[in-house]
Design a protein around this ligand. Structure first.
Ligand SMILES: Nc1nc2c(ncn2[C@@H]2O[C@H](COP(=O)(O)OP(=O)(O)OP(=O)(O)O)[C@@H](O)[C@H]2O)c(=O)[nH]1
Ligand SMILES: [Mg+2]
Length: 349
């Protein structure tokens, strides 16, 4: 089959072609990246290859372990299918193994959608290379978008750098918290509040939900105040004190939605909040739209490639290997060796 055939079949939503391309990308098969590139090429509206999908939305769902992310994804699938949207799900396996064998168990609920033709669920595991996780997750998302799935949901546990990066690479990032924020301290430490476009207080049926919402509001307005202070300070040194009082009275712009994922309560509001983020972005100048995702995607590819190149350099016979010999023999200092290696690598890609 030619690349053009593969592109046409993926664009036509052919599940087998989509699955095969995802598998080939995962295995680093020759030619797979060319197909992905063709699928993503700007202005690639070559009608002989099928019509490119009209811009779907990638939503990252992240939060602490057990916050109810899978249950929310399940509820969002149900919502989307009721509105005749095709949904792709990328479930990111945590890069560090957790106890209890929960990894498969927690997906059981959403798996009931797996026989639905309009739903495509795929797991992605970390390969250990920096950027590798976001690259594979975004690869799958890109193929599904091209395959005319209009909503892509990426579930990732918000603990650890790679996982948080995946969520940040989405068009809209939803951060899931639960009552009793004490349990989520680990998540907050990972800087997860900073990447939230929408905050969800799930398990709102549990005691302490109202208090948790108030805590989140307080945290958001702190974040909001300091963000606008530093933005203003940058633009206009000395304006700091004046902006402080102005921004404190402004509501934080990250919506907080209460949900009970198990019953679907609050899911309509969550979808409205997600759509609201997208709508607000359309008011932003065109060049800025999706910039965060663009940056995260480029960074992921660069990091994955750099990591692979550095590893290869230290294989026997590689340029790094002989530099390592020289440094070990005290013939060369590590800084100089690193400079030499970087110059060498720059020539390589
Ligand atoms: N009471 C209550 N329980 C919930 C709610 N949402 C999820 N749960 C329960 O919380 C537990 C964890 O839910 P999951 O959806 O697997 O959570 P998760 O965030 O995907 O978990 P991991 O992927 O393991 O990090 C399950 O036992 C769910 O039944 C909710 O709104 N209310
Ligand atoms: Mg889960």
């Amino acid at each position: 089959m030619t690349d053009a055939d593969r592109v046409r079949r993926v664009r036509g939503g052919d599940r087998r072609a989509i699955a095969a391309l995802i598998r080939d990308l995962d295995d680093d098969r020759a030619g797979a990246r060319d197909v992905l590139r063709a699928l993503q090429a700007p202005g690639a509206a070559d009608l002989s290859q099928g019509i490119p999908s009209p811009g779907g939305i990638v939503v990252g769902i992240t939060g602490g372990p057990g916050a109810g992310k899978s249950s929310l994804v399940d509820a969002l699938i149900t919502h989307a299918r009721a509105h005749h949207q095709r949904v792709g799900v990328v479930a990111v396996d945590p890069s560090s193994p957790r106890g209890g064998g929960a990894v498969l168990g927690d997906r059981v609920r959403m798996q009931r959608h797996a026989t639905d033709e309009g739903v495509f669920i795929r797991s992605v595991a970390s390969r250990g290379a920096p950027g590798g996780l976001s690259r594979s997750a975004m690869d799958v998302a890109a193929v599904l978008l091209a395959g005319s799935f209009s909503r892509i949901l990426i579930e990732t546990v918000g603990v650890g750098q790679s996982e948080v990066e995946v969520a940040a690479a989405a068009d809209v990032t939803v951060v899931v918290m639960t009552p009793g924020l004490g349990d989520d301290v680990q998540t907050l430490k990972a800087g997860i509040l900073e990447i939230a476009d929408v905050l969800v207080l799930n398990k709102a049926d549990r005691p302490g939900a109202e208090a948790a919402v108030r805590d989140l509001q307080a945290m958001l307005s702190l974040r909001h105040a300091s963000a606008s202070r530093s933005a203003l300070a940058e633009a206009e040194p000395g304006a700091e004190s004046a902006s402080g009082s102005a921004s404190d009275s402004r509501p934080a712009d990250v919506p907080i939605v209460k949900t009970v994922a198990l019953t679907g309560q609050g899911v309509d509001e969550l979808v409205a909040a997600i759509d609201g983020v997208i709508l607000a972005r359309t008011l932003v100048p065109e060049g800025q739209r999706g910039r965060r995702r663009a940056e995260a995607r480029i960074r992921a590819v660069v990091m994955a490639r750099t990591d692979a190149a550095v590893r290869a350099a230290f294989a026997p016979g590689g340029s790094g290997a002989s530099l390592a010999d020289d440094v070990a023999a005290l013939k060369l200092d590590p800084e100089t060796a690193a400079n030499v290696l970087m110059t060498h690598l720059r020539g390589g890609y």
